[in-house]
Design a protein around this ligand. Structure first.
Ligand SMILES: [Zn+2]
Ligand SMILES: [Zn+2]
Length: 185
């Protein structure tokens, strides 16, 4: 399964990366990027946000921008307090560019057949790039201690050699190497 992504590159949907601590045995694996069920994940996330189940930030955003959109690409964040690793949808908040009216789009072109997205009102990653501007990054909070989190750059599907593929073990604080596990969809 591929989708058309930035700069015209065709890209495989998602990859799985993992890490294992050689010192204490802690293990973690995460799905990154865009899965086949992107439209389902998108709708679930927006619904939760509007209901306030993902914090005030998402709720207030959709109250202010009913035609707003989100990025549902999967990433990994680490708690700044307790070190917990979490595989989450990015949920960055986007607003339509000036003059772009999503409601005037033809549903048949918005929802590509390949996505089987009919019935789900979502903005595809391609449309997000083209027609939306980043409004605000989403502040993920730790599900254990409610601490603030940071994105772990090493957990990304970009094939960029400059990315540091290491992360700190939440249990014993030693440094773990991030490795490729496979594809997911
Ligand atoms: Zn925490
Ligand atoms: Zn460890």
């Amino acid at each position: 399964m591929t989708i058309k992504y930035r700069n015209g590159w065709w890209k495989i949907m998602g990859i799985t990366l993992g890490c294992k601590c050689e010192k204490c045995g802690y293990g973690f694996a995460a799905n990154l990027g865009f899965g086949f069920l992107y439209h389902v994940a998108y709708c679930e996330a927006v619904t939760k946000m509007k209901e306030g189940n993902l914090g005030e930030q998402g709720k207030e955003f959709f109250e202010a921008f009913p035609d707003g959109a989100i990025s549902c690409e999967y990433i990994v964040v680490q708690c700044n307090e307790c070190g917990k690793l979490m595989n989450v949808p990015k949920l960055d908040l986007y607003v339509p560019k000036d003059g772009y009216d999503a409601s005037k789009q033809n549903n048949n072109t918005r929802w590509s057949v390949a996505f089987s997205g009919n019935g789900y009102d979502y903005v595809s990653p391609c449309d997000l790039d083209r027609h939306y501007d980043l409004f605000e990054q989403y502040n993920h909070r730790c599900t254990s201690c409610n601490g603030h989190t940071s994105v772990v750059e090493g957990f990304t599907d970009r094939t960029d050699d400059s990315i540091d593929r290491h992360v700190q073990c939440p249990e014993c604080k030693s440094i773990m190497k991030i490795y490729f596990c496979g594809h997911w969809d």
